[in-house]
Design a protein around this ligand. Structure first.
Ligand code: SF4
Length: 103
């Protein structure tokens, strides 16, 4: 009886060990972001607006809690100026905040 339990336990342990690489791969996939963000240089990001287009008016912009502070972007990596611009700019459906420039 004890011998049978040890055999079953050994088989179960082997199954558990065999599942580790797959389990580790699944855990890694679950913790990775779905898509990596683009580097600023790849999308020609600049800290200045381009004509009347800026990040604050872009649908991908995520504003900071403090008005005027750098925010983030859904598509581009790093801090993003509300006055910035890049090649994947897309007009926001609704204006997020009134755009203010420093004078
Ligand atoms: S996609 Fe480009 S323009 Fe739009 S918020 Fe991100 S960095 Fe700014």
């Amino acid at each position: 009886m004890t011998h049978q339990n040890e055999g079953w336990s050994r088989r179960r342990s082997l199954r558990w060990l065999a599942s580790l690489p797959l389990g580790a791969a699944m855990l890694a996939a679950a913790t990775q972001p779905a898509l990596a963000k683009a580097k600023k240089v790849a999308v020609r990001y600049q800290d200045e607006p381009k004509s009347d287009r800026n990040c604050l008016q872009c649908r991908h912009y995520i504003a900071a809690a403090t008005a005027g502070a750098a925010g983030t972007c859904k598509l581009v990596d790093g801090e993003i100026s509300p006055n910035g611009w890049c090649a994947v700019w897309a007009k926001a459906r609704k204006p997020k905040r009134k755009f203010q420039t420093k004078s």
